[in-house]
Ligand binder design. Sequence first.
Ligand code: AHG
Ligand code: MN
Ligand code: MN
Length: 336
Amino acid sequence: MSLKLVTIERHILETQKQFPGATGAFSSLMYDIAFAAKIIGREVNKAGLVDVLGYTGSTNVHGEEVRKLDEFADSVIFRAMDHTGRFCVMASEEQEDIISIPEKYDCGNYVLMYDPLDGSSNIDANVSIGTIFSIYRKVSKGDRGTLEDCLQPGVDLAAAGYVIYGSSTMLVFTTGNGVHGFTYDPSVGEFLLSQSNIQTPKRGRIYSTNEGNYCRWKNGTRNYIDYLKKVDKETNRPYSARYIGSLVADFHRNLLYGGVFLYPGDKENPEGKLRLMYEANPLAMVVEHAGGAASDGRQRIREKQPHEIHQRTPLIIGSKLDVEDAVAFIQEKRRE
Ligand code: AHG
Ligand code: MN
Ligand code: MN
C-alpha cells in the first residue's frame, strides 16, 4: 500500500481549497503550533535526562505548584506565536491575565487559548501528557486583541485540538471539517497524516473518572457509575474502568475506542476541576466533529457563555449515547 505522505500544511491546503476565502494565515498558524509541539515533545521525551523534572518552586494562578515542564511548554508556545502576526491575543492556563502581542509585532485575526502541558502530575512517572489548544477569530473592534476575544463560547471556535506526547507524538485537530490525526516522524521532522476523519463509536464500553471523588459526588453521578458496574448482558455492562489522570490521554483513548470521561462537579467543587476555555471547549469541538458529545451535566459545553478565562466546568465527554445516559442520571431523570 503506497503511504500517502501528507503533512499538516499539505492537508490544510488541500482541505482549504473548499474554502476559497481562507487565507494562508490558518495553515501557517497550524504550522507554528506543530512547530511548538515538536520542541515541547523533544523536551518531554528526554525529561528524565535533563533538568526539567520536578517543580519550579513557584505556584500558578490557581495555587498549583508549577513544574518546570509546564513553564517550559508555556514559554515555547507564546514565544513561537507572539511575533508571527497571526494572533491578536493569547491566554494560557499558566498565566493569570491575557497575553497581549508585544507592540513591536503586528496583530493578526486569530486568538489562541491553551493548556501548555496537560497531565503535569504524570510527568515524573513517564505517563502520557499533552497540550490542548483553542483557536477563535478576533471579534473585538480595536487593532489589538482584548479580553472580549478570549471570552467567546465554544460554538464560535474556528479550530481546536491537542497534542499527545505518548508512545508517539500525535497532533489531533479539527477546523470543523472532520477530525484528523497526525503522527510525528522524527526521522523527517514532520507530522504526517495517520488518521483522517476520525469518528468516535456512538457507544463505548469504557468509563473514565476519578472514583476517589465518589464520597463527594452528588447522588445522580453516583447512580450512573453504580449503573455502569452492574451486570447486564443486554447493555454490555459492566463497563471497563480506564483512568490515566491525563485528560488528553483519557480523551484520546476514548475518542478512538469509544467511552465516556467524567470530571463532574461535586458537593465541594460544584464546577469541578477542569477549565472551560482550554480543556473542555477544545475537546468538545473535537469530539462533536467526531460524532460524540460534551456536556457539563446541564447543557452542551460549547454553548456556555464564558465569563472568566480560567473558569472551571464539570465535563462529561465522549460517545454520544454514553454522554446522554450520564446526563440523564446526573439530572436524576434516570436511576436505572
Ligand atoms: P493540568 O496538568 O493541565 O493541570 O491538568 C490536569 C487535569 C487533567 O489532565 C486530568 O484529567 C485531571 O487533572 C486529573 O485530576 P485528578 O488528579 O483530580 O483526577
Ligand atoms: Mn490540563
Ligand atoms: Mn496544564
